[in-house]
Design a protein around this ligand. Structure first.
Ligand code: PLP
Length: 444
């Protein structure tokens, strides 16, 4: 009997014993195509020899140095690499152990920035419905998915939420995409004015929404408008690229495709590709300078921040992405995946939307595509899709979500950046079969 408290009690999970490239293997010798990269983590696949060599070499030298005593060559090199691969305006790196930690640090950094500047009255965070920023209390408070928050509400700091940019469900028939984006962005301005422009710390958003809504990209012009509004009121823009960042959408950072730069951002999953737990906050010089010329101290910290093994994994993974030009493959295979999804599901009665960027794609499952009505949550269609996909040797990331009270199901695909054309075909074929089988089982 397992002594582990798994996320789902009695989940009866297969025992993973190995992984190579885009495949994972269980104890019975069954292979699974990792078409979700776990949870959009395994960006260069499993068992990469160059990462293993880098980890062994680092372990031989030094596994851990507390950041209160030392900096390390490996952490410095990772920070240099991340800044060198980022556009102007992203100048410093704060290393932590995962996405929630990165978001917690980002929120506290934003608050302390204003304290350092003598604007301590700024106290509000504004985020969006249908978003996920992590499971620790601060990050959970920022997240906008009520089913995750509901039972913990008494423990959450007050956070304000505005509409997400989710064209499939939010755009009015008479609106162009651009008009829709401007309309929802304007909700941020209205919220800032309602709360008092000098009392707002930051606006927080996933650049491309991940697990809560399924690879939802912003419409053109939305983030430009958001940036404008933040600048108008001196509000910081914090982007959460824990899932959509570090190359997943075809550029190092997803925001590069929006023509804006955030003040603070969070990355994690694809940073270490799953070889070690690692996350990071990246920030602009103006944020750093406020700390440097103020207290000289960011009042935060974790025992394992800047961990040498985690930094070694991060550096090796990022080197591989660059040296093997994997972002070219993300863009090329991303387009192919998109085409194949359209070929397979464009006329499928139960697929309402196909969306995403790069190798970050999703389908939204509906009961009836003509009115976008979702399946009854009691069907637990997302659970069935996962089961049917696993039975076919395919890992995908299905979720049920809620937007404005409407619950939809979606399936997220985030295969490793090394995926090839034949594997893309197999992923879509198995996904189609798994979806049809899930719907047929549900109807019975
Ligand atoms: N932010 C986003 C957008 C995420 O998708 C996640 C995890 O799924 C997190 C934050 C939290 O990251 P972690 O699970 O590493 O704490």
């Amino acid at each position: 009997m397992s002594k582990i408290l798994h996320r789902t009690i009695h989940a009866n999970l297969p025992l993973a014993v190995g992984g190579r490239g885009i495949e994972m293997f269980d104890a019975d010798g069954k292979a699974y195509i990792d078409a979700s990269g776990g949870a959009a983590v395994s960006c260069i696949g499993h068992g990469h020899p160059e990462v293993l060599a880098a980890l062994h070499a680092q372990l031989d030298k030094l596994a851990y140095a507390h950041t209160g005593f030392f900096t390390t060559d490996i952490a410095e090199r990772l920070a240099d690499r991340l800044v060198a691969d980022s556009p102007d305006g992203i100048d410093y790196v704060y290393l932590v152990s995962g996405g929630s930690e990165a978001m917690e640090a980002a929120l506290k950094m934003a608050r302390q920035y204003f304290v350092e500047k003598g604007e301590g009255r700024r106290r509000h965070i504004i985020a969006r419905h249908q978003s996920y920023h992590g499971n620790t209390l601060g990050a959970l408070a920022a997240g906008g998915n009520e089913w995750r928050r509901a039972q913990f509400r008494p423990l959450l700091v007050e956070t304000h939420h505005v509409a997400p940019c989710y064209a499939y469900r939010g755009r009015l028939p008479a609106e162009s995409e651009h008009q829709y984006g401007q309309r929802v962005a304007n909700q941020l301005e209205a919220k800032i004015l309602e709360l008092g422009p000098h009392e707002v710390i930051a606006f927080v958003a996933e650049t491309v929404v991940g697990a809560t809504a399924g690879a939802v990209p912003p419409v053109n012009g939305y983030f430009k408008k958001i940036r404008e509004i933040c600048d108008r009121y001196g509000v910081l823009l914090i982007l959460d690229e824990v899932m959509c960042g570090t190359g997943r959408t075809g550029t190092m950072h997803a925001f590069e495709q929006e023509g804006i730069v955030p003040d603070i951002m969070a990355i994690a999953k694809g940073l270490g590709g799953g070889y070690q737990p690692i996350g990071a906050v990246m920030l602009g010089r103006h944020i750093y300078d406020a700390f440097a010329s103020g207290s000289g101290f960011f009042q935060h910290g974790h025992t394992y921040m800047g961990h040498s093994m985690a930094a070694a994994a991060g550096l090796a993974v990022q080197d591989i992405i660059r040296e093997h030009r994997l972002l070219d493959n993300v863009r090329e295979m991303g387009e192919l995946l998109n085409r194949r999804l359209h070929e397979r599901f464009d006329n499928h009665h139960h697929v309402g939307d196909i969306r995403g960027r790069g190798l970050f794609r999703a389908i939204e499952i509906v009961a009836d595509r003509s009115d976008k009505s979702p399946f009854d949550p009691a069907c637990k269609l997302n659970v069935a899709v996962k089961r049917e996909a696993m039975a076919r040797g395919l890992m995908v990331y299905p979720m049920g979500g809620t937007i404005d009270g409407v619950r939809g199901d979606h399936v997220l695909l985030a295969p490793p950046f090394i995926v090839n054309a034949g594997q893309v075909d197999t992923i879509v074929e198995r996904l189609g079969d798994a979806l049809d089988a899930s719907i047929a089982t549900r109807a019975r």
